[in-house]
Design a protein around this ligand. Sequence first.
Ligand SMILES: [Zn+2]
Length: 295
Amino acid sequence: MGEVERRRSWPDVSAVLAVVLAVPVVAGGLLVLALLGKLVWPAWFWVVPAGWVVAGGITFVPAFEHFLLPLLFGMRSPTTRELARLTPCWQDVCEAAGVDGGRYRLWVDRSRELNAFAAGGRTVAVTRTALDLPPPGLAAILAHELGHHLAGHTRFSLFFWWLELPARILARLVRWLALAVPYVGRAFASFGRSVAVLVTVLLTLGILTALAFLDPWLLLAPLLGPVLAWSKRLGEYRADLMAARLGYGPELIALLKEWIRANRGDERRLWARLLAGHPAHIDRIKRLKERGFRA
Ligand SMILES: [Zn+2]
């Protein structure tokens, strides 16, 4: 309990890294908003990015998590029957951690995978499939998600999602433009193959130059990706450890083993594992066992 309290007040490495690594993308997005401001309101261009940051404060308002989150991420409130399954497990987990379970809001994610999420200051979501787990497994998953909250992994997640939104929209626009390049190139094919190739190359260079000018940080994304994934994996190990310390270690290990059985092992290649935000189940079990937790 003392351990949990201490961890709650000090966000861990993964939480800090998530914020630090988001800075380039956020800066790029705000730069794009500043350029937009230059176009519409040159003397007060900074109002647009500053206003966006201030408006992001909405993500800390409980009502945002209660009403907008389900719309944005496709979650729904649990039915009475689902709540009857969820609530006892959630209360047990919160009691073990010495936190008020009523502070958090439980959601059901529509995906068919076996999964769960923690977001913002008070959101915990489980998939429909996770709800079908026997109570010890469901409690282990919930303990892992509470671990994310207590370790501070989620406190700024929605705020940064908001801050990164302009950069993400820009990236999507650029992707659409890039997808159109081959078609434009082909339209020039009647002038000869070399003309079509030249047009394609010039358009690609043009898009890359515009991107480097509009949002230089976006070009860093491929480099930051593996570091971000590594930091996320650290966060997953930490949430597992928090769950184990709350007394759910054996249930968690049993659940991870069941997962491996259901998926017939982890077939991902090394590079896929390095880029994944989630560690392989076998590695999660290994880490827990290294810390002295047994099935
Ligand atoms: Zn997790």
